[in-house]
Design a protein around this ligand. Structure first.
Ligand code: UFG
Length: 329
């Protein structure tokens, strides 16, 4: 039986496809290629189309024997979601509804879902665990939470079993050097720092130095994208073994400040990286660190690329070899 990966041409989706390929899984990919890159797909059968098109999804399910879905396809820019929430509700929430309805029509009842720490909003506790309050502070996080809740009610009504994986800060690139992070526009700290190291940007902006943290900059829990990918494979296994629906945080459980990230990037690259302190970015919580105990215990997940030096090192290899991202190949 095949695994359907939606958004398999995106950053995290393409790394999950790579992990599934390493296991010899049959893979079907659905991606509208609006943000994804065809070159990021290392194997499997690609259907180019949109989740909101039910007829298109019927064709995908009819032409293949799919028993499980991993659902990445979504818009994921926090800033954009605040300016254009309608786009996020339409693509993320309606797209997921269309997918779940198609799964229901074709009796596919296992889904692993790409969720986010943004479902929590400003945390009540650090580290955050899955029982903590979910009160998103941006439209992106709100749509991801709505998608999780939709799955819950499809479970109640139709027996859909889901595993929702709430990632903290995905970073790094595949060990093969073939795939990595290429967003347009890029908004994430580590790729921007590495672009500064490559001389593609004059400096890295540090958004706020007046947070209640030791050095005044925001603290995040950076997790290697291939460790995230591995968790998806374990989640598929759990569902195939008859496991119940569940929600898991995925992070290393260690926080690094923006200044610490920049310092480690200086060490890893051996380059000068100029940092310029700027105003806070709206909506950034001061500290986001995961408790992933539940994923470790119930999924048997263990991040194996936890050192930030190694995470940044893998991203640096990708950026050096692909300074223009996928387009320069
Ligand atoms: N930052 C800078 N300068 C930059 C870019 C980022 O100082 O040029 C800072 C941010 O203010 C933040 C930290 O670096 O404190 C990390 O920022 P990222 O944009 O890399 O990541 P976020 O923590 O904002 O976002 C991540 C995911 C989102 C998710 C969010 C949940 O990328 O998808 O966590 O809070 F919604």
């Amino acid at each position: 039986m095949a695994v359907l990966v939606t958004g398999g041409a995106g950053y995290i989706g393409s790394h999950a496809v790579a992990a599934l390929l390493e296991r010899g899984e049959e893979i079907i990919i659905v991606d509208n290629l609006q943000q994804g890159h065809q070159k990021a797909i290392l194997g499997g059968k690609l259907y180019v189309g949109d989740l909101r098109d039910g007829d298109f999804l019927d064709t995908v399910f009819q032409e293949n024997s799919i028993d499980a879905v991993i659902h990445f396809a979504a818009n994921s820019l926090v800033g954009e979601s605040m300016k254009n929430p309608g786009k996020y509700y339409h693509n993320n929430v309606y797209g997921t509804l269309s997918l779940l309805e198609a799964m229901n029509r074709h009796q596919v009842r296992k889904i692993v879902f790409s969720s986010t720490a943004a479902t929590y909003g400003e945390p009540e506790n650090v580290p955050i665990d899955e029982n903590d309050r979910t009160l998103p502070t941006n439209a992106y996080g709100e749509t991801k939470l709505a998608m999780e809740k939709m799955m819950k009610w499809f479970d109640v009504a139709h027996g859909l079993k889901y595993v929702s994986l709430r990632y903290f800060n995905a970073a790094g690139a595949h060990a093969s050097g073939q795939i990595g992070e290429d967003h347009s526009p890029e908004t994430h700290l580590i790729p921007l720092v590495l672009q500064a190291a490559l001389g593609q940007r004059p400096h890295i902006s540090v958004f706020g130095e007046d947070y209640p943290t030791e050095d005044g900059t925001c603290i995040r829990d950076y997790i290697h994208v291939s460790d995230l990918a591995d968790a998806h494979v374990l989640a598929v296994d759990r569902l195939r073994q008859g496991g119940d629906s569940a929600v898991y945080n995925l992070g290393n459980g260690t926080g690094f400040s923006v200044k610490q990230v920049i310092d480690i990037a200086r060490q890893v690259t051996g380059r000068e990286i100029t940092a310029v302190i700027e105003a806070r970015r709206a909506g950034d919580p001061a500290v986001l660190v995961a408790s992933s105990d539940r994923a470790r215990q119930e999924l048997g997940w263990k991040p194996s690329r936890a050192k930030l030096e190694d995470i940044i090192g893998s991203a640096w290899a990708w950026h050096q070899n692909n300074p223009g991202g996928y387009d320069d190949k």
